[in-house]
Design a protein around this ligand. Structure first.
Ligand code: AMP
Length: 393
């Protein structure tokens, strides 16, 4: 069956058309700058890439064009071939603990959590509505970034702040990248044919989070109430002392939102290096001797290593450690440096095995205390698999 896996942002719409159960990507593409000038779309199919510049006033028009292109490019012969559409939804709050069939009532229910993810959730839901209109009668499924983390216990998900903030305003850790961590858990559990594994999943890309998983259940994860918390990221600070916020507001004469915006967009690798939020640029600058780029990488890798050690302790010793996402899958230097900072745990990489990129691979040496793997993530596939599972119910 053919399933569309969709990630709709406020001005973009990414899609992958997947054949299941073969798990084969048939086509993929991106609609960009929706609602702003310079809008365009790209569709990849059969090794070819089509790019067209066209006005995209809203998501509804983008979806209409997508349907027409799927037919015109003969990617499908009829819209009936699309048997389901899965949507990435950032925030399902404490209520949506698993992927859910979308109906107008469910969309209304999810909207309650829009203020917890104001940049993403309304756009995710707008995308879903556009597909529900374009393909009436086809199942639409919401797959939440927060859902997998809902097994966390109060000890981990509560912040040590006045308890009423949790009761009145749902202030707690939610965690994100849940679909990616769930995929890693599934892949590794399938590989070892075990469902009792203690896994530390290190999703390090532009955004980044670590997740401690015990027998398929999340024990803890590094992102928090929002994706700003945890490790240092491309342009996000990760954990900082919150007192910095009012201090900078006063010093710079700016609002809380402006400070938080700087913590999201001008911090992390970019903030420290002053070069870029992209780890490749920062690594290149460091190699040329840029001291702040070197410092940014030093800070970044140390923070990942610290959480890795902490989660190993929390799990009472992990069985498997995994690296995934842009940096985790591609940068042997980052993996080597992070693991070398965990030598006290007895972790050791094999340089030859670690010389790999974007493929499932064991990278630790035989005498490493815990095996370390690269496991390429595939959130789109996970979304499609959930959609297929719900369409069969
Ligand atoms: P993601 O958010 O998972 O797409 O990851 C983006 C990050 O991965 C960026 O910091 C990229 O620099 C990094 N990345 C992507 N490809 C590579 C690569 N081939 N080598 C090193 N880093 C990479």
């Amino acid at each position: 069956m053919k399933i569309l896996s969709v990630n709709a942002g406020s001005s973009s719409l990414k899609f992958t058309l997947i054949e299941l159960p073969e798990e084969k990507t048939i086509a993929s593409g991106l609609f960009e700058k929706i609602g702003i000038s310079g809008s365009a779309y790209t569709i990849k199919y059969n090794g070819e890439k089509v790019k067209k510049e066209v006005e995209l006033p809203n998501h509804t028009v983008a979806v209409q064009i997508l349907m027409k292109e799927l037919l015109d490019m003969k990617i499908i012969n009829s819209l009936d071939e699309i048997e389901g559409v899965g949507h990435r939804i950032l925030h399902g709050g404490p209520e949506y603990t698993e992927s859910t069939i979308l109906t107008p009532e469910v969309i209304e229910g999810i909207s309650k959590y829009n203020e917890l993810g104001p940049l993403h959730n309304p756009a995710n839901l707008m995308g879903a509505k556009a597909f529900m209109d374009a393909l009436p009668g086809v199942i639409n499924v919401g797959v939440f970034d927060t859902a997998f983390h809902q097994t966390m216990k109060e000890r981990e998900f509560l912040y040590p702040v006045p308890y009423e903030w949790y009761e009145k305003y749902a202030v707690r850790k939610y965690g994100f990248h849940g679909t990616s961590h769930r995929y890693i858990n599934k892949k590794v559990s399938d590989y070892f044919k075990r469902d009792d594994l203690k896994i530390i999943s290190c999703h390090i890309g532009n955004g980044g989070s670590l997740c401690a998983i015990n027998a398929g259940k999340v024990v803890d994860t590094t992102m928090g109430f929002t994706p700003l918390a945890g490790i240092m990221m491309g342009s996000r600070s990760g954990n900082i002392d919150p007192s910095i916020i009012p201090y900078i507001m006063k010093k710079e004469g700016i609002s809380a939102e402006e400070v938080v915006n700087a913590l999201n967009k001008k911090s992390g690798l970019l903030g420290i290096s002053g070069v870029s939020s992209d780890s490749r640029d920062v690594e290149a600058a460091a190699e040329e001797g840029n001291e702040r780029a070197k410092l940014a990488i030093d800070m970044y890798n140390q923070r990942v290593a610290n959480f890795l050690a902490m989660y190993n302790n929390l799990l009472g010793g992990a069985d498997v450690i995994c690296f995934t996402a842009g940096v985790g899958e591609n940068s042997k230097e980052a993996r080597q440096d992070i693991i070398s900072r965990c030598a006290s745990l007895g972790l050791k990489l094999d340089p030859e095995r670690n010389n790999t990129r974007g493929e499932f691979a064991l990278i630790s040496s035989d005498d490493s205390s815990i095996p370390v793997y690269v496991v390429p993530t595939n959130e789109e596939l996970m979304i499609a698999l959930d959609t297929m599972a719900l369409s069969n119910k």
